[in-house]
Write a protein that binds this ligand. Structure first.
Ligand SMILES: [Zn+2]
Length: 165
């Protein structure tokens, strides 16, 4: 499976996001001071929907990748990789790396599920423990009280074995 790294980066990172990430503050017309000429007045227009930028003074423009490439004096592929890294896009990793990332995500998801299951089991027993104690308090000694005490012991044991984490 091949991937169009340039196309994906252009699709995923807007000019405005990139400009802000690298220290520019677009004005209300989405213009910034051009870093490619001595600019006292914002003359570099940022466009939306992957249409890149254009500087009216330099009379030049390009994609978000061209912008980063020129800004950091690096090649277009390096610029695409930089954007991939700076915006954590997760592109450009080989198939093995992508599989690894997916396995990590899956493991994290399973861990969260186990934690949630534990928390609800814990809270349920805690509720039961409190209710039992209340009930026991109102019962005469012997008979059903013995049964409740047994269950309380069980619960106390469970809480010792399963500390809240
Ligand atoms: Zn310019």
């Amino acid at each position: 499976m091949s991937m169009d790294l340039f196309g994906e980066v252009r699709r995923l990172v807007s000019m405005e996001e990139a400009a802000r990430r690298y220290g520019f503050e677009p004005d209300r017309q989405r213009k910034i001071r051009c870093p490619f000429h001595e600019d006292s007045h914002p003359s570099l227009q940022l466009y939306q929907n992957g249409r890149g930028w254009w500087c009216y003074v330099c009379d030049q423009g390009g994609s978000v990748i061209d912008f980063v490439s020129r800004l950091f004096s690096i090649g277009p592929r390096e610029a695409a990789l930089k954007l991939n890294g700076d915006f954590s896009l997760g592109l450009a990793a080989g198939p093995a790396r992508r599989l690894e990332a997916r396995a990590r995500q899956h493991a994290a998801y399973r861990r969260r599920q186990r934690e949630q299951a534990f928390e609800s089991a814990y809270l349920e027993r805690q509720r039961e423990f409190i209710d039992l104690r209340q009930e026991l308090f109102m019962l005469p000694r012997g008979g059903r009280a013995g049964e409740l005490l047994g269950r309380l012991d069980e619960l106390e044991h469970w809480f010792r074995e399963n500390p809240w984490r």
